[in-house]
Write a protein that binds this ligand. Sequence first.
Ligand code: AP5
Length: 216
Amino acid sequence: MRIVLVGPPGAGKGTQATYLAKHYAIAQVSTGDIFRTNVADQTPLGVKAREFMDAGDLVPDEVTIAMVRDRLGEADAASGFLLDGFPRTVPQAEALDEILTDLGTKLDAVLEMSVDEEELVRRLSGRRTCSGCGRAWHVEFDQPSVDGVCDDCNGKLFRRDDDDPDTVRRRLEVYTEQTKPLVGYYEAQGLLCEVAAIGAVDDVTRRAIAALDGTS
Ligand code: AP5
């Protein structure tokens, strides 16, 4: 399977990406995670990306596309992948089509994850991210057994810089302006399916798999 997840900040893309990649035994490629690792390691890519991420804006297309082209050329992506957070603009979607043509393959499905804005703000304001494995927890909806510590790897939890209220507002605007048009782009290609990404995480995973299997 070659899958793209599309949805606003806080829709649960990262949360579901982990379960879906495991279910289909495919590589999980999360551009936000790749950028955050580069920012933490202070690589040239991270230094370039940081100012855009902190402002809630998108990292320029040329930087992001080159990064994804390299990542999809790696061995673990050859038998399938799930893209979380890419593409995010129509030029990125067009570039992805070209990358896949070059690799001699194509997408199977694009899953749109829908959640209303009030719930998105609640999720992002309470999110805590693991500094070790990157897993998202939530102060209300998904608490670790020990406060501030990841159950999976014992990493320390922190609040992402871009989860402050002003940056969240900007990220939601950017989603509506620049990313939402992808829904029409993929609908026109007959690739789009949708899941209401509300309710328990397990239930969302089950509904997402049912929607994806319906398209494959
Ligand atoms: P990125 O990391 O991709 O951020 P995002 O799209 O804004 O998405 P989030 O990670 O905020 O949310 P999510 O949908 O993954 O939700 P999560 O599962 O964590 O990108 C960050 C930045 O990097 C961008 O702003 C941009 O600057 C840059 N970037 C990345 N890709 C780029 C690209 N292609 N082009 C240019 N720039 C790019 O869940 C959120 C919370 O909700 C968690 O606390 C979780 O525990 C909780 N939760 C999840 N599911 C449920 C549920 N069913 N019920 C209750 N709570 C739930």
